[in-house]
Write a protein that binds this ligand. Structure first.
Ligand SMILES: Cc1cc2nc3c(=O)[nH]c(=O)nc-3n(C[C@H](O)[C@H](O)[C@H](O)COP(=O)(O)O)c2cc1C
Length: 189
């Protein structure tokens, strides 16, 4: 019985502490290739990737994360490499997609950039490489990455090898039965 992908998905976890071991260029390119093949709304592929290895830039990005690496408590140190997902203005400003609220297309663009992040962390897991997806302060990201013309980068993905002995965290998910509805919201099987 096939269980390869499911066990990969279950074993992926957010790494909170990385060793100094670098991710090889070949592995990083493979991870990025998995990201490149992610699905997106209208196949617009509204992403570009910035590879960040310089400590100051990584630190600025990570510090700005929501419950950032330094404030969340369990995160320690810097990962060897960060991939920032750039969302071009023409996608997030809403010229593509269905009108919702006051900005058409915004949701589709933001939903789409999560897809390469997901593909990349799963590829990394398959390669034995640790990862963490973080939402960063977009203004900090725009400055740090020298983005222009309203392009933004709300999501980054950290990669590296988890430090041996890093504290194991209890991971959990809501029970399946609490998620499922049949036919309509609240419907039973
Ligand atoms: C889109 C997205 C944004 C996230 N942003 C942050 C973040 O800013 N700070 C953080 O500590 N964790 C962040 N995470 C990691 C989640 O907290 C983590 O995936 C969740 O707690 C489940 O743990 P697990 O990844 O080990 O299964 C983010 C995850 C995703 C998918």
């Amino acid at each position: 019985m096939a269980k390869g992908f499911l066990s990969l998905a279950q074993s992926r976890k957010t790494a909170h502490e990385f060793s100094s071991k670098q991710v090889s260029k070949a592995d990083l390119l493979r991870i990025l290739e998995a990201g490149r093949w992610a699905p997106s709304f209208l196949n617009l592929q509204p992403w570009e990737f910035v590879i960040v290895k310089e400590s100051q830039a990584k630190e600025a990005l990570l510090k700005s994360a929501y419950y950032g690496i330094y404030t969340f408590g369990d995160f320690k140190g810097l990962p060897p490499v960060v991939v920032a997902i750039v969302l071009k203005k023409k996608y997030w400003e809403g010229q593509y997609g269905y009108p919702r609220r006051d900005k058409p297309g915004v949701f589709e663009a933001y939903l789409s950039i999560a897809m390469p992040a997901s593909n990349m962390v799963l590829e990394a897991t398959d390669l034995g490489i640790g990862s963490a997806i973080l939402n960063v302060n977009a203004y900090v990201a725009e400055r740090t990455l020298k983005l222009k013309d309203g392009d933004t980068a709300p999501l980054i993905v950290c990669f590296g090898y988890e430090k041996p002995g890093a504290k194991a965290r209890k991971r959990s998910r809501k029970p399946m039965e609490s998620l499922l509805h049949y036919g309509h919201y609240g419907g039973k099987e």
